[in-house]
Design a protein around this ligand. Sequence first.
Ligand SMILES: Nc1ncnc2c1ncn2[C@@H]1O[C@H](COP(=O)(O)OP(=O)(O)OP(=O)(O)O)[C@@H](O)[C@H]1O
Ligand SMILES: [Mg+2]
Ligand SMILES: [Zn+2]
Length: 734
Amino acid sequence: MAYRGVQTSKVSPAYLHGNSTSHTFAFSAVAELLDNAYDPDVNASEIWIDKRSINNTICLTFVDNGYGMDPNKLHKMLSFGYCEKEAVGSHQPIGHYGNGFKSGSMKLGNDALVFTRQANYMSVGMLSQTYLKNIKAETVLVPIVSWSLPDKMRSNTGDVKSNLQSILQHSILKTEKDLLNELDSMEKLKTGTKIIIYNLARIGNGNLELDFDSDPLDIRNPDTHVKDYSTINRIQAESKPRYKVSLRDYCSILYLKPKMKIVLRGKKVKTKLIQKSLSQTEIDTYRPTWAERPIPIRFGFTSSKNSDDYGIMMYHKNRLIRAYEKIGYQKQPNELGIGVVGVVDSYFLTPIHNKQDFQRDDKYSAFMTNAAQKLNDYWNEKRGGNEKTAPQNQQTVPDWTWAQCDNCLRWRRLTTGMTSEDLPDKWFCHMNADAQFNRCEIPEEPEDEEEALSGATYKKTFKKQQQERKIKIKFMAAEQNRTREMLLAAKEKELARKEQEMRKKTAVGEVSSTAGSSSVNPNSMTPVQIRRMKKDLDKLMKEKQNKEKEISELKRQKTMSERICREYQKKARHLNLDNLISSVNKQIEEDTRDVTSTSGTIQIKTEEGDIVDIIPVEEPSTSGTNNCNKVVDLTVDSDEEDGPSAPKISRREDIKPDISKIKIEPKQEPSKVVNNTQNQNTQTDKTEDTKTRQRLLNLQVNVHKLLKMIVPDEDLGKPENVEDIVTAMILHNS
Ligand SMILES: Nc1ncnc2c1ncn2[C@@H]1O[C@H](COP(=O)(O)OP(=O)(O)OP(=O)(O)O)[C@@H](O)[C@H]1O
Ligand SMILES: [Mg+2]
Ligand SMILES: [Zn+2]
């Protein structure tokens, strides 16, 4: 009530056709109707598929002995997306989407009538594209009429008359009696459903899509539409896979464990317990982490006469989804894997809408990869990886023959060596020679899959050998690698040793080449080495020349210094210190200028007058006079000099002055000059003497400094030692 006024979704009549196109294969549409009868909510034990002609119209009919439907359930069947199926015991429903009947029936024909019987009701419903087209319906309408049982009274729910009229006016059954006759024909079933599909699908040339004529006991599908691309690498067999052409064949493999008898055009379909009709059967297990228990995959060689009937059979909850899918070796363009059939109930995968394939998700990929490996393992084990063991050489007799009881539908293993061809059309438990399983009440023998829970039922010796070989190869490769590494290390060591030797030789060569003879054999040297050596040699030669120059210069300087020294010594020998002092005093007295400053500087000049250094001269502060303003000429007479004159340079660090051309002058400081002649007159002789000595001492210190600078390599000793030189200088000056 809360939604009153809100519109209901409409389903366009065109949708019926569009929805049916999910079935690209007519037999997959048939399978939808078989599934509905098989599912636990219907649980039919038998279904009859027939071709009928009703009022000159070819019809395809499906009659099952299942539970049937009440009018309400029938309404849901004719609607979209309603599915209330639940598992009953181990019987899992195949139906899931609430769409199979609609898509399947509308694939097979334009119109369908559904008759169903239950204990208290019998009903008829119509899903008809013709009707909807005729009345120009905007949405899908499904007329339904019901009768109560046993009195067969028409129920009065809804507009029954209108519903009935719609069916009679637009279907192939024109009277209510016709409808009731159809329902009456099902009376012996007590419960069940009959589906009549008419205006059957036709192909381009106007012929019916399904071929009812080639085989009166079969329905054939001449145009399979679907190409089997899984065998694209192989030479295509002339014939299409039989299950795609013959409905009988398709029905025989449609259920992994067939529980429902299928009677096609009056003849029972010999269902195959495919996983139990193989030869050299082995069970391997797929063990994904998410699975509670291992998933068995049964491998064996096909006993089918059809050379194309091999590959993996993938069921989903007992219903075939992919048949004879080629995997592993079977996809290679050779003969490996031919004849091997794998059977698995891949309940863990998700079928797509038409139930002809699985969703290609991660689980699918993982499983397919694993199954392919297992199929290869099986082939390798049974055929030793040998392609040449052609499939025709294989044992094609099934390991066991199984028979299904026509009464209880249980499967019994035959121990008498009978083949399925030997079996009569109707077989019952009491015909079984095995007393353990010769009554319908006895349950089936347990599945042998249990034994595969701990692993494959066969020893994969080939695989083991292969693995061992692989390990061996790996081990050998590792060994080889180790040996190679060791060799390499030894070579490296040898190389290093040689290199060291070479270095030594080169060093010796360099030394001997400097000495004038080379012990290095130039033939054993590379051009680069030779070039480098030459370069080094040039450098060394240059260095040698420079050093020689320096040495000769130093020698020259030394000789000169020695000569000067000798000269001074010679002059000093004739000197009397008393005379010298009095002479100095005399000069001081004669000097009319004086300085108040107690400190002065001495400028060192070359003959040309360039100042090369300035030396500060410090005197005792007690002294009132100094002689710093007195020019002290240290120049040695140029005529006494016989060496080369020193170059004119002004940078202090480069100075190598010619001592003979140096003059020492106290710096003139005219601003500080005062006249102190009067002061000097008052000094006593004794003080004058001490002062003079002091001055002399200072002079010695300064001259010592100066000489040290001029001839740094000369050992001049203490400042007192230069007294002779200073005396000589003074004398020279005076
Ligand atoms: N033969 C039948 N006997 C009784 N009930 C049937 C029969 N066929 C269909 N039904 C009912 O009609 C419903 C719709 O069937 P339909 O095939 O369209 O969907 P589904 O089987 O539920 O799901 P799916 O789309 O997967 O087949 C079923 O759920 C079932 O209840
Ligand atoms: Mg269904
Ligand atoms: Zn039985």
